[in-house]
Design a protein around this ligand. Sequence first.
Ligand code: CUA
Length: 155
Amino acid sequence: MHIHKYERIWLVAGLAMLAFFIAVIATGAVVDGFVPPSRVQTIDPTKVAQTPPFDHPGLRKVADGAYEAYYVAQIFSFNPATISIPVGSRVTFYVTSSDVEHGFSIPETGVNTMVTPGWVSSVSHTFNKPGTFLLICNEYCGAGHQLMASKVEVK
Ligand code: CUA
């Protein structure tokens, strides 16, 4: 089979780039120890329902105006389904998944993280505007993905 010279050059260049990009990812993963974004700790994804504090997901007040919210993401819902906080509260969200990869995003805020089984993702936000904020899954996770949502009420 005859392959034109230019075509061969492009094939080699394409394969070289592919090899280079894979090497960059592999180096990041192995040498630099890259892990899922904003992780603070690991968890056994098969024992989420038995592992504190995720055995009792929900909102905890840690100080005046400061809260921690523990969420379990699972197909196709978030637990808790709703949290209510006063205006001006700073909330640190801790999220883990008991099944597959999910997303955790509150549009209009900076809250947006991946939720990877085996890891606890964490992100903080101060809610200075009253209203009901939709918290959605923005990683496709299956047939009911578009139903996966929860609410943050700020009053
Ligand atoms: Cu969970 Cu999409």
